[in-house]
Design a protein around this ligand. Structure first.
Ligand SMILES: NC(=O)C1=CN([C@@H]2O[C@H](COP(=O)(O)OP(=O)(O)OC[C@H]3O[C@@H](n4cnc5c(N)ncnc54)[C@H](O)[C@@H]3O)[C@@H](O)[C@H]2O)C=CC1
Ligand SMILES: NCC(=O)COP(=O)(O)O
Length: 325
């Protein structure tokens, strides 16, 4: 267990974030302290919040109840119903959590889900997701999204990009750098000495030798050659439709994919309940559950906390591996 807690931003109060915090605390209190940053009025009954003035007091407070670093929201929580008045404070909770990690009062950041559309409408939020916002807050210039599920890790080389814009975005991105960052994480965060990296093509059949698209020849192969020249074990470009069945998955440690759904559909199919989203390329450790706000079940008690619990465990483990805990 780390000496420092994990800082948890509350996410959209209309979603399942508040109940997940309480459920995860019941499971982890002795093993892994975390502090939830949000409005204590938004927590479900029985949360027994322990109000902190200093994040570092979370480990001691966790034995008594859920440690909470309070942040006032203007409106009460109505599960399943977004309230734009709460959008600015939802963003402020993320900013506060980042500050706690940057100022070494917390070991790592774990974010609960936000409803992106609601933040854009209610807080003029200019980012398509946490990943890009966290890069902005921490001054990172090449953020990388990775999803970690049971037996499968995936990295989308382009992140929250409309499908029609993917080829142009791919041409602009430094794919070799994405592969290097993924490889480094395998070594540093997952203890894999010589990671095997599989890289997907963009087009059907990885372009069929240029007959079904030229991005493989013009963009992907040159990046792979750069990485191989640096000594990385990189296979590809592989056809996206045949690289995720169990035998194929056994051949690599991480799959670098070309766009969001190419990467996230397989990992959420294999392990939606337990998957974790990690942001690489930041100065801080950040994880989150792989799912969203789940407005349809918020407040019903049906939410499964496994993904959030795994996200907390991974955040703590990565912080310890990086000497931040
Ligand atoms: N890291 C983040 O902040 C993320 C935010 N989102 C946001 O969440 C919003 C809703 O996204 P959707 O595509 O509807 O995905 P979703 O993951 O919120 O929900 C999809 C389905 O899975 C169920 N589900 C999700 N989490 C669950 C859990 N822990 N236990 C039991 N069932 C669960 C929901 O009830 C729903 O039926 C969007 O605005 C999206 O941008 C989505 C993914 C990550
Ligand atoms: N589908 C994954 C996702 O949207 C998570 O995005 P982020 O908020 O972690 O950037």
């Amino acid at each position: 267990m780390s000496a420092l807690p994990v800082a948890v931003s509350c996410g959209d109060p209309a979603g399942i974030g508040p109940e997940l915090a309480v459920m995860a605390h019941r499971q982890l209190r002795a093993a892994l302290p975390f502090a939830w940053i949000g409005d204590p009025r938004h927590l479900p009954e029985g949360a027994n919040p322990q109000i902190l003035s200093d994040m570092r007091d979370a480990p001691a407070a966790a034995a008594r109840g859920l440690p909470v670093l309070p942040l006032g929201f203007p409106a009460r929580r109505m599960p399943g119903r977004l309230d734009p008045r709460n959008a600015p404070a939802t963003v402020a909770a993320i900013e506060r959590a980042v500050l706690e990690v940057r100022e070494a009062r917390a070991a790592a950041l774990c974010t609960l889900p936000i409803q992106k559309e609601a933040l854009i409408e209610g807080a003029d939020f200019r980012f398509p997701g946490h990943t890009e916002f966290l890069a902005h807050l921490t001054g990172a210039d090449h953020e990388v999204m990775m999803l970690v599920g049971e037996g499968l890790r995936v990295v989308p080389a382009t992140i929250h990009v409309p499908l029609a814009d993917v080829p142009q975005a791919l041409a602009r991105t430094d794919l070799a750098r994405t592969i290097r960052i993924a490889a480094r994480s395998m070594v540093r965060d997952f203890g894999i000495e010589r990671p095997r990296i599989a890289v997907a093509g963009l087009n059907p059949h990885a372009g069929e030798g240029g007959k079904i698209g030229r991005e493989e020849i013009e963009l992907i192969v040159p990046a792979l050659e750069t990485c191989r020249a640096e000594g990385l074990d990189v296979a590809g470009p592989l056809p996206g439709d045949t690289m995720f069945h169990p035998a194929a998955r056994a051949r690599y440690d991480v799959a670098v994919c070309m766009y969001h759904d190419q990467a996230l559909i397989p990992v959420k199919t294999v392990d939606f309940a337990g998957g974790v989203n990690v942001t690489l390329g930041l100065r801080i450790v950040r994880t989150s559950p792989d799912h969203g706000t789940a407005l349809d079940i918020a407040g019903t008690g049906e939410a499964d906390p496994t993904s959030f619990v795994n996200a907390l465990l991974l955040a703590d483990g990565m912080a310890r591996a990086r000497g931040k805990a």
